[in-house]
Ligand binder design. Structure first.
Ligand SMILES: Nc1ncnc2c1ncn2[C@@H]1O[C@H](COP(=O)(O)OP(=O)(O)OP(=O)(O)O)[C@@H](O)[C@H]1O
Ligand SMILES: Nc1ncnc2c1ncn2[C@@H]1O[C@H](COP(=O)(O)OP(=O)(O)OP(=O)(O)O)[C@@H](O)[C@H]1O
Ligand SMILES: [Mg+2]
Ligand SMILES: [Mg+2]
Lengths: 257, 257
């Protein structure tokens, strides 16, 4: 049975997509079978895996409004052991359309049930908001949510609201939801601010935060333009090394559960 | 009568808040009267101006659900000639609550009418999504929308969808809405990718993009933690210089209209 994780943080540009795609690629490389669900209308995870949403017949949008089953949207990607449920711009309209559907928060969780057994992991990338798409991802994430946190002051501000929303989803929709981990991203060793943010997060969330800190690395910004995860694009870069270490720490944590 | 601009881009972390606050501070410093409207539930513009939303009785949320008038929420900030309509986390709930209100897209535009004459400029900061809060900002923005674009590959992806949404708002809600400018942000001169993004945007949008490019500058990341705009926190930094240049270019463009 697949372990299902959501990658969420309503603060924009903090590394949700990069972390979901990078971690997935290393796990697939280590022999796990991965399904990536792109629940962000920007379709950045879809692009980062080399898939062009304009060429597809169906996307996650069609699943949420009940037009097709999730398995009909699954496309292979250039990486072994990895599949994708792609996004498309019309997904932006789904949030308004879903408001009046019965059990609107559980649509993704239900849609995943028939296919989850085919994979070892399902990773769900989310948009930078706490709307119905992200709530659906949190409701489906039976193994928890991974929270990327950019090493910037403004990125700390929204954390308490995100944790409050996670609490609401746990109390009302998904009792299994927990914070599986916090990943510090875009760390710039040259600035004091970044060090202060790391210390602050370690002090407040000692058990949740991963030891591995992801440095700011130009290669991570370039990889999506080639449609490749960092593992394929620049495997020896600082960004790749950090995500490989994170993968090992992630697996250790899972074993320790 | 105030000139009303929205700062929008659904891609997260591209510099919407930083550009709105920085530009406003330089215009206020040049003698203009500024009102900043924080329409993002993350309340980053509120924080960046040194205001703690936890200490406030009202926020933009109370205005949109019709509980108070906009003028009752206006707070002064530490900068001369600048006022703020603060945000608060409950604003995140406004989007769902507004769905069934008549003329829900015009709520902000209507709320601004009684106070706009008190200011030279109204700047509206928006969340990283194209939901009802951003649609309200675009509907209110009679003088246009300023689009910050991060010099990263993924930041280019969502541009066509943003321009399509602007077109929809212009056709159905605000015939005056235009793209007043595109600001290239977080430019890192050490990477080819950044140069390629600048060339790409200049090629596709020669008339809209500002000549001034904002460099990646640590001071811009630090300023919000002191609750000060860059003009006050680090006026001689590369980031401050660039936003001062952008302000002059912005004023030139307005004169040329
Ligand atoms: N460690 C890093 N170093 C440098 N650049 C990075 C790093 N991680 C991500 N990036 C780049 O920074 C930008 C933001 O990252 P990403 O898109 O993964 O964030 P996100 O949280 O998914 O954004 P959104 O909120 O828009 O969904 C992207 O252009 C990405 O390529
Ligand atoms: N030119 C710059 N150089 C370095 N850091 C910057 C620059 N501009 C903004 N920042 C920092 O980068 C982060 C993202 O910027 P900002 O919050 O302004 O983006 P945004 O588009 O408003 O984000 P969101 O989508 O979450 O609203 C912030 O921590 C900010 O302080
Ligand atoms: Mg993303
Ligand atoms: Mg912002």
């Amino acid at each position: 049975m697949a372990r299902i994780y959501a990658f969420a943080n309503q603060k924009g540009g903090v590394g949700k997509t990069t972390t979901a795609v990078s971690l997935a690629a290393y796990l697939a490389n280590a022999g796990r079978r991965l399904l990536i669900v792109d629940a962000d209308p920007q379709a950045n995870a879809t692009t980062s895996l080399g898939v062009n949403s304009a060429n597809l017949h169906h996307s996650l949008y069609d699943v949420l409004i009940g037009r097709v089953s999730l398995s009909q949207t699954i496309v292979p990607v250039e990486r072994p052991q990895m599949d994708l449920v792609p996004s498309a711009p019309e997904l932006a309209g789904a949030e308004v359309e879903m408001v009046s559907i019965i059990a609107r928060e559980r649509l993704l969780s239900k849609a995943l049930q028939p296919v989850a057994h085919l994979y070892d992991y399902v990773f769900i990338d989310t948009p930078p908001s706490l709307g119905l798409l992200t709530i659906n991802a949190l409701t489906a994430a039976d193994d928890g949510v991974i929270i990327p946190i950019q090493c910037e002051y403004l990125a700390l501000e929204g954390l308490s609201h995100l944790l409050y929303t996670i609490q609401l989803v746990r109390d009302n929709l998904n009792p299994r939801l927990r914070v599986a981990g916090m990943v510090l991203t875009m760390f710039d060793a040259r600035t004091n601010l970044a060090k202060e943010v790391v210390e602050e997060v370690r002090r407040h969330f000692p058990r949740q935060v991963f030891q591995t800190v992801i440095p700011r690395s130009v290669r991570l910004g370039e990889a999506p333009s080639y449609g490749e995860p960092i593992l394929a694009y620049a495997p020896h870069s600082a960004g790749a090394q950090a995500y490989w270490e994170l993968t090992r720490e992630f697996l250790q944590r899972e074993r320790g559960l």
